[in-house]
Structure formats: C-alpha cells, structure tokens
Design a protein around this ligand. Structure first.
Ligand SMILES: [Zn+2]
Ligand SMILES: [Zn+2]
Length: 261
C-alpha cells in the first residue's frame, strides 16, 4: 500500500469519526434533554403518533451511510485548501469579521437549502433522491442525516462550493458546522419547545420552528426552508395553517397534524 493511499484512508476514517461524533453528540444530546424533561416536553409532542423502533432504525442506518459522503466532502475541502484552490485561514479572525462570516454562510446555506429542497421535490428527483428522508413521517432527532446518497451529495456540496467563492476562517467553518447540526437535530426533534406568539413576532417569526419542519415531514407540500421563514414566505410555500398548528401545540390544545393518528 502506497503512502498516499494510506494517508487517504486514514484521512477518510478521521473525517468519518468527526461526522459521527457531531451526529451522536447532537442527536443524543437533544434526545437526552427531551427524556430528562419528559414531564414538560411530552405535552409539546407535535404529533400524536409515536415513532417506533423501525423509524429510529431507518434514520440511524441512513445517517451512518450519509456520513461516508460527508467525510468524503470534508476530505475534498481539505485537499482543495492544500492545493490553494480554496482559501481557509487557520488564524483567529477579529470578532466582527467572524460575526460577518458566520451570518453570511448561514444566510447562503439557507438559500442553497431552500432551492435544493424545492428541486428535490420535483417528480424527476423525489423518488431517487428525497424519499428516504420523507420516510420519516414522524421524525426524531436521529433523522438529521437520514438521506439517500444523491441528497447527501447535494447537502455536502454546499460548503466546498461556498468556500470556492469566499475566503474564510476555519474557526467560523467550525461554528457553522456546529450551528447546522444543532438546528437540524432540533428541527427533527418532534417536540415544539418555543413559546406562544413565537411564529408571529417580528423578533422571532423569521426563525423556523420544529413545527415548521415537522409539518413538512407530515404533509410534504409546504415549508421547504431550513433556518429562516423568509424564502417560504417570499415564494408562497409556507403552510397556510402554520401559525394555527403551532399555537395548538404550544397552548396544549389537541395536536392538529393529520398524520398524528
Ligand atoms: Zn422534503
Ligand atoms: Zn427533515
């Protein structure tokens, strides 16, 4: 075995372990919080249907497979940086610059995700690329990476593509990756922990809630956004009863989600 092949395998294994740690820590952490706070969080369950072992198994197995693609993308990004094709500085940026870079990458990822997600719902792509993710009708935190390989490749392509255009700091990339997995896991947690009025407030209504993405899983025709509600509102794809369903959950009225039976 040549040194370069050995380095490639070691790098891939390391990349996979980093992805696995990120996934286990985030999905495990949110599961633990929901379990420890069950007295309160149970009343915030979005659907009446409880995910069973088969749901959980499907989500974990597909996430483990997805992480192979994510590790490959990490290796590609590192290789491109070493070749000088993308520019990622290892130095600590000034706080203001870190803030600007973080906001820019999150807004760019939100736009990329919305349009990629709309494309994945086209007839030509849905069965092959996105149905695996939608097999989670009642998602759990473990659905965060439950993608078909084609969707995993689309998801993983964002960061190297973004870094090809914008020079960046490694610390901000790390913060972005942490933010991404935490928001992703919360969006699939099946419990609404935000408060009444959250979706209509001018201060918080632009952030997506767990109900927002849960409605996408249970009904599939609205709410394509990731972090923000902007794109869905601009493009007319927000669920017409989003606010009503959200309020029903957080004010302890019976859940209204159709797949709740
Ligand atoms: Zn979808
Ligand atoms: Zn989802």
């Amino acid at each position: 075995m040549t040194d370069s092949i050995r380095t490639l395998i070691m790098g891939g294994a390391q990349g996979y372990m980093i992805e696995l740690t990120r996934y286990l820590a985030a999905a495990g952490g949110v599961t633990l919080v929901l379990w420890l706070g069950a007295r309160w969080t149970e009343s915030r369950r979005i659907q009446l249907r409880t995910p069973d072992f088969a749901d959980w198994q499907h989500e974990v197995i597909n996430s483990l497979i997805t992480m192979v693609t994510f590790a490959a993308s990490t290796m590609l990004t590192i290789a491109l940086a070493r070749m000088g094709i993308i520019h990622v500085s290892m130095a600590a940026p000034p706080i203001w610059l870190a803030g600007v870079e973080f906001v820019a990458v999150v807004i760019a990822h939100d736009a990329y995700f919305y349009w990629m997600h709309r494309a994945l719902h086209l007839k030509a792509l849905f069965r092959r690329a996105h149905m695996t993710h939608h097999m989670s009708r009642t998602p759990t935190p473990w659905a965060a990476y439950s993608f078909a390989p084609i969707e995993a490749a689309f998801e993983a392509a964002f960061l190297p593509l973004f870094l090809l255009i914008v020079p960046f700091h490694a610390l901000v990339v790390l913060a972005f990756l942490l933010h991404q997995i935490i928001r992703n896991v919360i969006g699939h947690s099946g419990h609404e922990l935000a408060w009444s009025g959250f979706t209509r407030s001018r201060w918080t209504g632009w952030l997506t809630t767990t109900t927002h993405h849960d409605l996408h899983h249970s009904e599939g025709r609205h709410n394509f956004g990731l972090y923000f509600t902007w794109w869905d509102r601009m493009m007319g794809t927000e669920h017409p009863r989003y606010h009503e369903k959200f309020e029903a959950i957080v004010t302890d009225r019976p859940a209204l989600t159709p797949s709740s039976g």
